[in-house]
Write a protein of this length. Structure first.
Lengths: 779, 340
């Protein structure tokens, strides 16, 4: 919402802070200002000038004009490109030194001719958006442009006005400024202008809960023409387009009093009853914006006996619109249910200045105030205009809300600083709340109608009024004197932090990837769209699915980083999001995925990840299994830990990595959390020395080192401390299809030093077992 | 007579030891004077020929000369030993500027670092750290937070909708409700986590970012109490003076509501893309919990009240490390990530 500083000033008596300070005060006490800008600065320098003589410039579409810019500037020569530049014209002249669009106008040479200043269009002067020619005016050369002056525009963030229907007009903001600065608020409305007598139209409201009030006036002898420049400039400052005097006045009042209005061409209405009703199913509607809509009973319409003439509170109809021929109008000023307007406007994607205001729950008392204001303004913009008949007004006032009880001690406890009752009263009264004190120390506060629709309903709302006006910076921070209990411990989160720390210690750097994947990304890994939770309104197809694996993100990290680096390690902890049957929330499963990319040897990459797995899950085992499509078919395994399937380890299928080899570890952290920390219990240290011996076993080339180790361990018996794989060997004298796998077996007994006989016994038992299983041993 | 022989022997030995230029020549000298067949030994053998009354005196003198020669020898030997050690050590010169081999630790994401720090800070103040789902029910994300379907405030949060009528949580605030449901009052929680908004990405906007929700519910919690925690929080984060301002802010789930802004730490005030040219960064929307939210969480607002805040963790990380482009955070670019 844009506020004109000049406009606000007109609604207040008393000195105002400058625009920048006012902007700061509004931000600190009322609503967030996005900024303040000097508006139409050129108007400070613009004067009327009469064109005396126009001479064409050879080879240019521009003309050379001699102008009389009044006694101060005298006769000047300017170059002008406007089609309406002609002798006798009185136009707006900007002398050298004036500022336009942030640059200073200088004496320059254009098309070989010197130009001392310029003739400006209305758009250049920021009066309206008319670029078609220079602005034509009707005043003495040398005089300033009447009613026009530079302004400042304060832009307030609409989000911070969501709860304040009154602040969608300048008058509401002026009231805030009055409360902040002590200036006096001036009401622009003269209610006495409202006509008495028999109204020309009857209004039937089908459901007052959807439209508590519908008011209107009928005018005749209307002249539809452009508005005076000052009015156009005001609308421009407030960010609206000037259209014609009638529409401009309705927009002006919307921006001033926050009451959206609509003018119908009275000659285009059928019958003398205006209906406010739900649309019929399939009811057609042609709107002012040139679009046709098909309505249904969710929509509220204004109708005459011929059908819908306006989509209530959103947009007027094409059939009843005013134009240059209009001489009689019905001016609507109504009040509608905020939720109904919001649903219609959101459902039809029609966000208008009117719907934006109505969806904030406007004050029904405002309809007739706006009409009174319109009478005054119409007389200015359409001289000769006459009212016909009395005020049309159908109003079923909602029950007045009960006053809010505001105990001072409660207020002080919540504020956290002392405050005098008199100050509280003064603040509330400056915002036009009614304050009574039936019992000492307890206020009964009556909420003004423009704050009562939704904004202020409970005492907590009044706390805000008082707090913001005394200024939050006046509240000293204070520690609460409350007992503290040991907080509940989030073991899962602590566990994840611990894993991050461990992964980082092993050289892996943490990344955060999006929870979104595209169908194309998913397809690369063989995931089908129907496996995923779909985003119904994605920003783009890139983000249409929720990830069921961290792999697409990690894969992207690998590809991206491979452009800068040959060898790197990275990991992510994040949620997989899996569909669930029925309407329950999806299943979010935390996973850790780590990757190592290298230009070199894929085996090294694989064992790099296996090392990480062992750091995270000491004693975990890799179990060869069938592979997924994205895995290297001969380099993939399931990881089991403490009897549970905990994840997978694999080399990415080489078709997915062109830059080198990449291996991946994927751990299901939900499983790890279920397992909990491994119980730890001290084992007495062995008091007697241990002994070791090595064995080399001849085995097939694809013999699993881990399997064979387990076999040895099983055969070694209870006194075996460890079986450690040492190395493998291929080559002479072994046949080509064999390798030798060497292990070191360490044994000891808890109660004595093992004798040579015992050692030999263990060794023989192992050898026997291996031989029985078909293995040979090397010398 | 024998005295003069010993004295002369001592002088010769001293000269030989001093003249020894190598460990070998020193050893030769040792053998010559101190060896089993050396000069001193042969004089010792002649002791028996002396009259008994002289033996004690000569023996004493002999010992003194022996000790003198020995200590001179030891000193000389030590010099050679030290020289030998020095020269060996000198030969072991190491180019200490060579890079050390081996894998370096990786680094943690700056969002992880800041979450951990804040979790520790709030845990020390008695706050539990709780989690909520990233895909949320519409009720938890909006209705329970006093944002019914018809409320215009829903526009302020461009929402991603997913199947089943659920949303990608637009803020961490639904965890307030989940925590009230789980723990009841009194309550102190924080909830850091990932949130989503349907926004185009540019240098200062992301569709995925992180917030840290906080909530305290007790009896008679005041704005002053809230400010105490907010101030401590900012001091903990920045460990330096930051300029802040507290102003009214509208959020349906608090009443009154505030925006706590800090002066932009990237540009220091004149305006930059991170602060959207305003010089201030909205960092900490907060307020006293709206009674309707307490009710939604099953807590009686007649007995309890509290404050809540929603810290923009992503913004905070950007301020803390002077990151001028939000897109780095989800880029996965190790050139960025390794800086933390």
């Amino acid at each position: 919402m844009k506020f004109s500083y000049n406009w606000l000033s007109e609604l207040l008596d008393g000195a105002l802070p400058g625009p920048a300070e006012l902007t700061r005060l509004i931000t600190m006490k009322t609503a967030e200002c996005e900024g303040v800008e000097l508006f139409a600065p050129a108007l400070a320098h613009a004067v009327a000038a009469r064109v005396l003589e126009v001479t064409p410039i050879e080879g240019s579409l521009n003309v050379q004009a001699r102008i009389d810019a009044g006694p101060l500037h005298g006769i000047k020569q300017v170059v002008c490109g406007a089609p309406n530049c002609r002798a006798g014209l009185v136009a707006a002249y900007l002398p050298a030194g004036a500022e336009l669009d942030g640059r200073v106008i200088r004496k320059v040479t254009i098309s070989g001719v010197e130009s001392d200043g310029m003739l400006a269009s209305a758009a250049e002067l920021a009066i309206n958006r008319d670029h078609s020619g220079v602005l034509e005016i009707d005043v003495e050369p040398g005089s300033p442009l009447p009613g026009l002056a530079p302004d400042h525009v304060i832009e307030v963030d609409n989000k911070s006005l969501t709860h304040r229907p009154d602040l969608w007009g300048h008058y509401g903001m002026a009231r805030e400024i009055a409360a902040i600065t002590g200036a006096k608020l001036k009401d622009p409305v003269k209610a006495s202008l409202l006509p008495a007598g028999e109204p020309l139209y009857k209004v039937e409201i089908e459901d007052h809960s959807l439209s508590p009030r519908y008011s209107a006036l009928v005018f005749e002898n209307v002249t539809v023409q452009p508005s005076p420049l000052w009015l156009q400039a005001r609308l421009e400052a407030a960010g609206m387009n000037a259209i014609n005097n009638i529409v401009d006045v309705t927009n002006y009042i919307a921006a001033e009093l926050a009451e959206p209005m609509h003018a119908f061409d009275a000659d285009k209405l059928q019958g003398n009853t205006i209906y406010v009703r739900r649309a019929k199913t399939g009811e057609p509607y042609d709107a002012l914006n040139g679009e046709s809509y098909t309505l249904d009973p969710r929509h509220l319409v204004i109708a005459d006996s011929g059908g819908a003439i306006a989509l209530a509170g959103v947009i007027g109809g094409a059939g009843s619109a005013i134009n240059g021929e209009t001489t009689r109008i019905v001016l609507e000023s109504a009040n509608f249910d905020a939720a109904c307007i919001r649903k219609t406007s959101a459902g039809m994607k029609l966000r208008t200045d009117a719907s934006m205001r109505f969806e904030k729950a406007q004050d029904p008392n405002n309809t007739v105030r706006a009409l009174a204001r319109a009478i005054e303004l119409f007389e200015i913009v359409s001289p000769g205009i006459r009212l016909r008949g009395g005020l049309i007004d159908n109003f079923k006032a909602p029950p007045a809300p009960a006053p809010i009880t505001l105990p001072m001690d409660w207020l002080i406890r919540k504020l956290g600083r002392p405050i005098e009752a008199a100050e509280v009263r003064a603040i509330l009264e400056s915002l036009e709340f009614g304050v009574a004190e039936p019992t000492p120390g307890v206020f009964e506060v009556t909420v003004p109608s423009w704050r009562a629709t939704k904004d202020v309903t409970i005492k907590d709302d009044l706390l805000e009024e008082v707090g913001r006006m005394v200024g939050y910076s006046s509240i000293p921070p204070e520690p609460p004197l409350k007992p503290v209990e040991r907080p509940w411990v989030n073991h899962e989160r602590l566990f994840h932090h611990d894993l991050r720390q461990k992964a980082a210690a092993q050289g892996f750097t943490e990344t955060y990837n999006y929870s979104f994947v595209s169908e194309a990304m998913a397809a690369r890994f063989g995931f089908t769209p129907d496996q995923h939770v779909h985003v119904l309104n994605p920003i783009s197809v890139e983000q249409s699915l929720m990830r069921i694996s961290l792999l697409p993100g990690i894969h992207k990290n690998i590809v991206d980083n491979a452009r800068y680096s040959d060898e790197f390690r990275l990991f992510e902890i994040g949620n997989e999001i899996h569909k669930r049957q029925g309407n329950g929330l999806p299943h979010e499963v935390p996973h850790l995925m780590a990757a190592f990319h290298t230009k070199a040897d894929g085996q090294a990459a694989f064992f790099e990840l296996k090392r990480l797995a062992e750091c995270l899950m000491p004693g975990c085992e890799t179990v060869p299994t069938s592979s997924f499509g994205y895995e290297h078919p001969a380099r993939s395994a399931a990881i089991t830990w403490r009897g549970r399937q905990a994840g997978r380890i694999f080399e990415l299928h080489p078709s997915l990595v062109e830059s080198g080899r990449a291996s991946i570890l994927d751990v299901n952290l939900a499983v790890l959390s279920e397992l909990g920390p491994e119980p730890k219990r001290y084992q007495p240290l062995r008091r007697f020395p241990s002994s070791s011996f090595d064995l080399s076993v001849v085995a097939g080339l694809r013999e699993l080192t881990g399997e064979l180790g387990r076999r040895i361990r099983a055969a070694a018996g209870a006194n075996c401390d460890s079986v450690e794989f040492l190395y493998s060997y291929q080559g002479q004298p072994l046949p080509g299809d064999k390798q030798s796998l060497s292990y070191r077996i360490t044994v000891s007994a808890p109660d004595h030093t093992l004798s040579n006989e015992e050692l030999t016994g263990i060794r023989s038992a192992i050898i026997e077992a291996l031989k029985a299983a078909g293995y040979e041993l090397r010398g | 007579m024998i005295e003069s022989t010993l004295s002369e022997l001592e002088s010769r030995a001293a000269a030989s030891i001093d003249a020894a230029a190598t460990p070998d020549s020193l050893e030769t000298a040792r053998v010559e004077f101190l060896g089993r067949k050396g000069a001193l030994a042969s004089i010792g053998k002649d002791m028996g020929k002396l009259p008994p009354d002289q033996r004690a005196a000569v023996g004493k003198l002999l010992n003194a000369v022996k000790q003198s020669i020995e200590s001179r020898f030891d000193a000389r030997k030590a010099i050679f030993g030290k020289a030998a050690l020095d020269s060996r050590l000198a030969a072991e010169w190491l180019d200490v500027t060579r890079p050390a081999p081996g894998v370096r630790p990786g680094s943690l994401h700056p969002l992880t670092l800041i979450q951990r720090e804040l979790e520790e800070y709030f845990t020390s103040l008695g706050f539990a750290v709780v989690d909520g789902p990233e895909v949320e029910t519409e009720w938890h994300n909006f209705d329970a937070l006093n944002i019914p379907a018809t409320h215009p405030a829903r526009d302020a949060q461009d929402t991603f909708w997913v199947e089943g009528g659920h949303v990608l949580r637009t803020h961490t605030s639904p965890v307030q409700v989940r925590a009230m449901e789980k723990f009841g009052a009194p309550l102190r929680i924080i909830a850091p986590g990932r949130v989503f908004r349907n926004e185009e990405v540019d240098a200062s906007h992301e569709h995925t970012f992180y917030q840290l929700e906080g909530m305290m519910i007790d009896r008679d919690v005041s704005i002053a109490h809230m400010l105490y925690f907010m101030k401590g929080l900012l001091e903990a984060i920045f460990s330096r003076e930051v300029t802040v301002r507290l102003r009214p802010g509208f959020f349906p789930f608090v009443e009154p509501g505030f925006e706590l802004d800090i002066k932009c730490l990237i540009c220091g005030g004149p305006g930059c893309p991170v602060c959207k040219q305003s010089g201030w960064v909205e960092l900490l929307p907060c307020g006293l919990v709206h009674p309707n939210v307490l009710r939604a969480g099953g807590i009686d607002p007649g007995h309890w009240n509290g404050f809540a805040f929603g810290l923009g963790l992503t913004r905070l990380v950007m301020m803390r490390y002077a990151i001028d482009d939000i897109r780095h955070l989800a880029s996965g670019d190790l050139r960025f990530l390794r800086q933390f």
